[in-house]
Every structure is written in C-alpha cells, then in structure tokens.
Design a protein around this ligand. Structure first.
Ligand code: GDG
Length: 459
C-alpha cells in the first residue's frame, strides 16, 4: 500500500495538543498507517504567495508541507469564493451569497496553483485525499497535469438540493470538475443524493446504482461517510483532572440548578440568534425554569473579518443583555455568552455538568459538538441532547430530542421535554447514541473512505 497525501486548507496539528479537533484525529491515524504528506495553506499571506518556499515540519513518517498565499489569493479564493460564495450556497443561504466572477477565477487559480506545487511531491503509489469546499476543482487540475493516482474527496459541509445549487453561476462546470475525483464522500445520504441528482439532471451523468456515477468514461463513487469523533478519548477527557477542576467551579456556581450548553463558532449557519430567542420563549412559556435553568453559550470567534459575523456577534450581545435584563435575579443570570475558546479537556468538563446540550444549527454538515456532548456524559446520569433536524448528525443520532431550529416554540418545547425527561429514558437514549459513536468513530470514518478509494482502478 502506497502513502497517503492529504490536502486541506489548513494543515495539522499532528499531535493532539488538547486543541485539535476530531478531524485531525481521523486524518493523523490514516496518515501514520502508511506515512505520507499533509499539504495545504500555511495561514500566512506573503508577496510570493503560492510561488514561495514550502514550510515543512516532520513527525515520524508524516510530513506537513504548507505554502503561503498572496493577499489577492486570500481575498478572492478564501474570503471571496470559499467563504462568501460557496459557504452560503452550500448552507442554503442564497440571500447571503455573493456572486462575483473574480472570486470564481481566483478560486480556480488557487486550486490550480496548489495542484502544481503538489504535483512533484506525488509518487506513483500514493493515494490522494482532498478535503472540503475549498478544493472542489483540484482533482481536475491534477488530472490535467497528468496525475493518475486515486483521488478521494470529502465534503465536510452540506451539499444542497440541486434547485439551490443551480443558482450558483457555473455550478455545472464546478460539478463537472468534481467528477474528476474517483470518490466523493459526503456527510449524509441526503448530501450524496443531492450531488447525484445534480450530476444526473444538470450535466447528464449516468447513475450506475450502488453509489456510483459515470461522467464521460470516468466512474466516481458517490457515498455518505458520516464523520465520527474519537469518542473514547473524549470520554476520557471528561474525567481528566483538568475537566474535574472546571466542573467543580461550575457546579459551585450553579448551586444545584441546571444549565444548558451551546458551543459553536460564530456563524450564521449555527442558528445562534434563533437559539437565544427559543431560550427566551422557554422562560416565557414554561416559567418554572426561571431561576432554575440557565444557558451557557461558548462561541469562539471565527473569520471575524467578514461583516456577517460581526453583525451576529453584535446581535447576540444585544439579545444577551435583553434576556438577562428581563429575567435575571440577584443570584441568577439566564445567559452567559462567552466569546473565547477553551482547551478541549475543559470543554468536555463543561459538557459533562450541563443537563442539556443545545445543538440547533439552521444547516450543518455534521456537527461534532453534538457527538462530543454525548461522549462526555456520565453513564449513570446523562444529559439530553436537543438537536436540529438540519444538522447532519440528526440522521445518525435519532435518540436526541430532534427540533426545528426555526421554531422558537418547538425548541422551547424540546428543551422542556429534555429537562423533565425521566432518568431511565435519558439513560436509554444516551446509551444507544454512545454505542454508535464508539463504533462509528473518526478512525472507522477514514478507514471506510480509504478502503473504498483503494478499490478504484488506475486512471
Ligand atoms: C465543519 C462543518 C462538520 C468549538 N469551540 C471550541 C472548540 N470547538 C470545536 C468543537 C468541535 C469543533 O470545534 C466544531 O466542529 P463542528 O462540527 O461543530 O463545526 P465546524 O467548525 O463548522 O466544522 C461541520 C465538521 O466540519 C467536521 O466534518 O461537522 O458540519 O461545518 O470539535 O469542540 N474546541 C476547543 N475550544 C473551543 O472553545 N478546543
């Protein structure tokens, strides 16, 4: 078996320093099995950009190789097409999408440039695995450069219904480029199905059944591979001394009362203003929760340079002030809104003391917070997950309390059923989800994709 070459916008970390996500765990495991390269953007902007020297770091058999971008690449490819065009379209937010042909040109150009830097690093037996919406057109660039290796792709965010994607200028051309991959992995059956439908209806690809489609004379595997977390490790984090210290502090502060926890990057896809409104509705419609059930929202800022994110932050600050002004008491604050990030062990402890995990995105590829919340619970007295039907996680975590995040009433009622749920029922629901998380973990996820792409005949 040859090496693995992973391509993703941001690279690493290779060691779990306590801040790494589940994604890194699955990838590092796959990389260390065969040795290989993890290639991507350095996160730095420089005058030489993609023409500059590689930044390299090696840990045993895995080499991280990164390259800069120019300011123009950053503006057009990253802030532009990736985050102002593709992100909103893929999350069903055509109202927020910016269509500017310079963005698309910049995007195709950076895909091409990174492909041309990667090309000389590729050996004949390598398998290449590209990640996420930043690199939809990279396989087409690599094939044009003569690369014949197996090429897999995984889409971390949703793939929208064809009716939505059709609004993206040149959508057909982007999807045609995606067909240069040998395997396209999606988070859910729905996403994979959306892709297949677009390919069949809009570019005339043939559905071969068994998750395969053909375009021209090239076959592509199009399947769902729901991403998992390292559930065991996360469960262990939650009983670490660091987690326990923070749990003790929080329990003291709560003084026997309950809290709900939300953890999300500040992003319009995460449904944060809707969530705050639903909590207000809970306090209005179920007044027995006043003084009893608070909400903690952790929201590490992200991509803060985009206006949409600054606006949400301001809106959430205002809503926090409004709800707290309306319902706080001398010894009780309804909402604690923390715009900072915490080490993962601390986070796991916060999940563990929270009776409810609130995961209510308007759209989400998977949502790993839902999985982490379950992994961190106490088996003997677990909390309840309230989960949006529009998170990819909802197709796997059916024992959660599933809600429509657009309806303040429905979310409030879901929270109320979670807070009054009998212990037996909480245990049953939790056990079913936890067992599934342990089985379908991050390593199973990367193994499944690697096993399928390695069945592909040479191009
Ligand atoms: C994309 C897709 C898909 C959050 N705050 C802190 C912190 N986090 C960690 C969480 C979790 C991760 O960030 C967020 O993952 P999500 O899955 O919730 O969301 P996205 O960032 O939007 O990820 C998503 C995912 O890719 C994987 O395929 O599930 O749908 O949008 O792991 O714990 N980590 C630390 N401190 C924090 O304050 N250490």
């Amino acid at each position: 078996m040859g090496r693995l070459v992973v391509v993703s916008n941001r690279v690493g970390p290779l060691k779990d320093t306590g801040r790494a996500g589940g994604l890194a765990v699955g990838l590092v495991d796959a990389l260390t099995k065969t040795g290989g390269i993890w290639f991507g953007w350095s996160g730095d902007v420089s005058d030489e950009g993609t023409f500059g020297p590689f930044k390299k770091q090696k840990s045993r058999s895995v080499q991280m190789i990164q390259v800069d971008m120019t300011q123009a690449d950053y503006d057009l490819f990253y802030a532009g097409y990736a985050n102002r065009t593709l992100w909103p379209v893929m999350h069903y937010r055509l109202d927020l999408a910016v269509f500017d042909r310079r963005y698309e040109q910049g995007y195709r150009y950076v895909n091409e440039r990174l492909a041309s830097r990667l090309r000389p690093l590729i050996e004949p037996d390598d398998t290449i695995w590209v990640h996420d919406y930043h690199f939809l057109t990279m396989a087409a660039s690599l094939r044009n450069m003569g690369i014949k290796n197996p090429l897999a792709f995984f889409m971390h965010i949703p793939f929208p219904a064809p009716e939505i994607l059709a609004a993206l200028p040149n959508a057909a051309s982007i999807v045609r480029a995606m067909m240069a991959y040998d395997l396209l992995g999606f988070q859910t059956e729905r996403d994979a199905d959306n892709f297949r439908r677009f390919a069949v209806e809009e570019i005339g690809a043939a559905d071969l059944g068994d998750g395969k489609i053909r375009y021209g004379n090239h076959e592509t595997i199009v399947r769902a591979y729901p991403i998992g977390i390292d559930a065991d490790a996360f469960a262990r984090f939650a009983i670490s001394p660091e987690a326990r210290r923070h749990m003790a502090r929080l329990e003291k502060l709560l003084g026997g009362r309950q809290q709900m926890i939300g953890v999300d990057r500040i992003d319009y896809s995460k449904g944060l203003p809707e969530r705050f409104r639903a909590y207000e509705r809970l306090l209005e419609d179920y007044p027995e929760n006043r003084g009893q059930l608070s909400m903690m929202q952790i929201a590490p800022p992200s991509r803060a340079e985009l206006d949409a994110y600054i606006d949400i932050r301001r809106e959430l600050d205002e809503m926090t002030g409004h709800v707290n002004g309306r319902f706080a008491d001398i010894d009780w604050t309804p909402i604690r809104f923390l715009t900072k990030s915490f080490p993962r062990k601390v986070l796991s402890g916060i999940y563990r003391v929270s009776r409810i995990g609130l995961v209510t995105p308007l759209r989400d590829g998977m949502n790993l917070v839902a999985k982490e919340y379950i992994a961190a619970q106490r088996a003997e007295d677990p909390g309840v997950l309230v989960l949006s039907r529009f998170a990819g996680a909802a197709s796997e975590m059916k024992e959660a309390v599933i809600v429509n995040p657009h309806s303040a009433e429905e979310v409030a009622a879901g929270i109320q059923s979670a807070i009054t749920m009998p212990l037996d029922e909480r245990r049953d629901r939790w056990q079913a989800m936890f067992d599934r998380l342990c089985q379908n973990d991050a390593i199973a996820w990367s193994n499944a994709i690697m096993a399928d792409v390695r069945t592909v005949k040479p191009n």
